[in-house]
Design a protein around this ligand. Structure first.
Ligand code: AMP
Ligand code: ZN
Ligand code: FE
Ligand code: FE
Length: 280
């Protein structure tokens, strides 16, 4: 593939992806991607090793993250790009989310016990391959449930128990959209609304589009092109950057292959240069 393609949404084993940062970057190079951003949930841990790996494999890498927050009890994901890695605001928010996850995972485990599916902390650490203090999410809990034989697969665990509208879900402490955007901006980054395609409530979409975002993730996973074009039209109307990516998680989400959504060089350069005074 000689055309420049950059996948701006993927996860590593630092959150709930199955590949390490190095494995992900190697895979990106193998499939012909030229640019990448790693957007782990609420952590920048991957960037401890990602830049040297990107140099080794000839991948143009920009910083990224996917922050969890809520608007009127609806879960919202916000992507941050090209922010300063050493920003105190980003570091502090990641630490707060790490504590939130720890507490909320305890709540979810209690709810699962109530429903006759006890899991110990050890079960969770075993299935996630993680230690206390690392980013453990619902996919790891789902995998532990599969390993215990409570459900057939990860999808069933979400469908029956872990989804937002299911009995064993807990969001934990919530962070609001505005404070998350402000943290990204204070670190000289771009704040982007992640996968608006997944939002059912159009009032939430309307309110998000009124906020201080810089971009909208119009190209997402394997959504059909007419769905994506609908978001492109909204982004143009609001003069937002049009971003895109696969939401690759490796084995945790086999239907999202790396590079199945991507952006061209022009968009990638706009994000990379990150001069907030520039016209987007
Ligand atoms: P968490 O950040 O712990 O709330 O987990 C959110 C992640 O769970 C998402 O980013 C997806 O990777 C995964 N997820 C959400 N819904 C499902 C589902 N129905 N099936 C499989 N994975 C899901
Ligand atoms: Zn995820
Ligand atoms: Fe997301
Ligand atoms: Fe994601």
């Amino acid at each position: 593939m000689s055309e420049f393609r950059a996948d701006l949404h993927c996860h590593t084993s630092c959150s709930d992806g199955s590949l390490t940062p190095e494995e992900l970057i190697k895979k990106a190079a193998e499939i012909g991607l030229k640019g990448l951003s790693i957007t782990d949930h609420d952590t920048i841990e991957a960037y401890k090793s990602a830049f040297p790996a990107a140099k080794l494999y000839g991948i143009d890498l920009i910083t990224g993250i996917e922050f969890s927050c809520t608007l009127r009890k609806t879960s919202i994901h916000i992507l941050g790009y090209s922010f300063d890695l050493d920003s105190p605001g980003i570091k502090t928010l990641c630490e707060k989310h790490c504590n939130r996850r720890h507490e909320r995972n305890r709540t979810i485990l209690k709810l699962l016990t109530k429903h006759g599916m006890p899991l110990s902390d050890e079960d969770l650490y075993m299935s996630s391959g993680k230690k206390s203090g690392e980013s453990i999410g619902r996919p790891h809990i789902a995998l532990a449930m599969v390993k215990k034989g409570y459900v057939e697969n990860i999808n069933e665990a979400f469908k029956k128990y872990l989804r937002e509208d299911r009995p064993c879900y807990s969001p934990g402490e919530s962070y609001n959209v505005k404070e998350t955007i402000d943290v990204i901006h204070s670190a000289n980054g771009f704040a982007v609304i992640a996968h608006p395609h997944l939002l059912n409530d159009q009032n939430i979409v309307r309110d998000l589009l009124e906020m201080e975002f810089d971009g909208l993730e119009c190209y997402y996973a394997r959504f059909p092109s007419h769905e994506q074009e609908r978001w492109v039209r909204k982004a143009k109307k609001k003069e937002l950057l049009i971003t895109g990516g696969s939401d690759f998680h490796g084995d945790f989400k086999p239907n999202n292959p790396l590079g199945c959504s991507w952006v061209n060089e022009e968009i990638f350069r706009k994000l990379k240069h990150n001069d907030q005074s520039n016209e987007l």
